[in-house]
Design a protein around this ligand. Structure first.
Ligand code: PMP
Ligand code: GLU
Length: 406
């Protein structure tokens, strides 16, 4: 490192020096840079719907501008949005929270970070079900908590069992967090599996659950989605997180929420009141339309992801050495590529998933994300939220390139 760089680094606060860069966003940035240089990059790194936000939602945003919603919004969100969310939670999730239990934030990422800041004291243990979304462990680090990773086996579709979970609990365990459907694996925990996990929570009164349900509507099981917060015996200790990004193709609008016991919601509101204030007023009006509106377009998008899941997993399974689980939701494939670790194309040696993912980008301009940042160092993540032709082309390029490894 150059001297000037070293000096600047020493000026940054320790908490920032200790923080990892988001690997999803870092790969996306690299892919954009290569594309700007004129390379034909296929970017399957960022997990982002390739659909447009439904028109009725955009119309609500336009109306909000015309109606003059230009000022600061209430810190916890507009009352009509908080009510629309409470209604949605009752309708879809069997959760009985009122608007006063809901706090709207700038994306589900913000909601998760807020909840962790509000609940975790330095040294508290946070159990994270792995593979996990890259930002979980870093959010815990920012709160000076201790991440304890509990890994779901490939053979169990990457799911953590209730027994594994209970064995990891200690008197310092404050929170357990997971996403279902999951990013990066696409795994969906069944109702029975979540009830078994909820029974463990019921036996350990100090444990709170942070349930990330952002992929709720992208579910291929045909069995619907189960929200652990609907279990009455643990309801007061479950913080449900969701938003509009995935189900309504609204990643850039930045609206997410928590629904939780009032004292937790008030804690989040207090934090938000000092750090960001209320979320974007126009986006809130759009989100209100989304939660009150029909789900037809959401279902159509989910059907497209389902079809692409079949397409991509089928193609990936034809690549020698790739082990590919069948995702049941979200829009990712997560092949185990460790059969290629230790191999070389004569120029570059692939030691791990970081090398593999970077090599794919540099060799064949396909952007993926290494599994290491997700707590799954044998895998790479491929987003299936792209056009069929791009997906076929990308997996074809991967197949041709790995054939050069020996
Ligand atoms: N949780 C998971 C599991 C995600 O994949 C994402 C998407 N990045 C988020 C939360 C954050 O969503 P949002 O865009 O609403 O911040
Ligand atoms: N959820 C997306 C992903 O995992 C968005 C990028 C991010 O915020 O990390 O790629």
């Amino acid at each position: 490192m150059a001297t000037a760089e070293l000096e600047v680094k020493s000026l940054l606060a320790e908490r920032i020096n200790a923080l990892e860069e988001s690997s999803t966003l870092a790969m996306t940035k690299k892919a954009r840079e290569l594309a700007a240089q004129g390379h034909k990059v296929i970017s399957l790194s960022v997990g982002e719907p390739d659909f447009k936000t439904p028109a009725f939602i955009c119309e609500a945003a336009k109306k909000a501008i015309d109606d003059g919603f230009h000022g600061y919004s209430p810190v916890a969100g507009y009352p009509d949005l908080r009510k629309a969310i409470a209604d949605k939670l009752r309708r879809d999730n069997g959760l009985t929270w009122g608007p006063e239990n809901v706090v709207v934030s700038t994306g589900a990422k913000h909601s998760l970070a807020n909840a962790i800041q509000v609940l975790v004291n330095p040294g508290d243990e946070v159990l994270i079900f792995a593979p996990y979304w890259v930002s979980y462990s870093e959010m815990v680090k920012l709160a000076e908590g201790k991440s304890v990773v509990v890994t779901g086996a490939f053979e169990n579709d990457f799911k953590v069992t209730a027994e594994q979970f209970e064995a990891a609990i200690t008197p310092r365990t404050k929170v357990v967090m997971y996403a279902s459907p999951n990013n990066p694996t696409g795994t969906e925990y069944s109702e029975d599996e979540l009830r078994a996990i909820g029974d463990v929570v019921a036996r350990h009164e100090q444990v709170f659950v942070l349930a990330d349900e952002i992929y709720e509507y992208i579910n291929f099981t045909g069995k619907g989605h189960f929200s652990i917060g609907s279990m009455p015996e643990i309801r007061d200790r479950v913080i449900t997180v969701n938003g509009v990004a995935k189900g309504f193709a609204m990643t850039g609008w930045r609206i997410g929420f928590i629904a939780a016991a009032k004292w937790i919601a008030e804690g989040v509101e207090k934090l938000q009141g000092q750090v960001t204030s209320g979320a974007c007023s126009i986006a809130q009006k759009a989100a209100t339309a989304a939660f009150n509106g029909p789900l037809d377009e959401t279902r159509k998008m989910s059907e497209a992801y389902h079809r692409r899941r079949d397409l991509v997993v089928g193609l990936l399974r034809e690549i020698p050495g790739f082990k590919v689980a069948m995702p049941e939701g979200a829009f990712y494939a997560f092949p185990d590529v460790s059969a290629y670790f230790g191999k070389t194309d004569g120029k570059t040696r692939i030691n791990d998933s970081d090398d593999f993912s970077l090599w794919l980008l540099n060799e064949v301009f396909v952007a993926t994300v290494a599994g290491s940042g997700f707590g799954a160092p044998n895998c790479i993540r491929i987003s299936t939220a792209a056009a069929d032709e791009a997906l076929v082309e990308a997996v074809g390029r991967i197949k041709v390139s790995v054939a050069k490894l020996h």
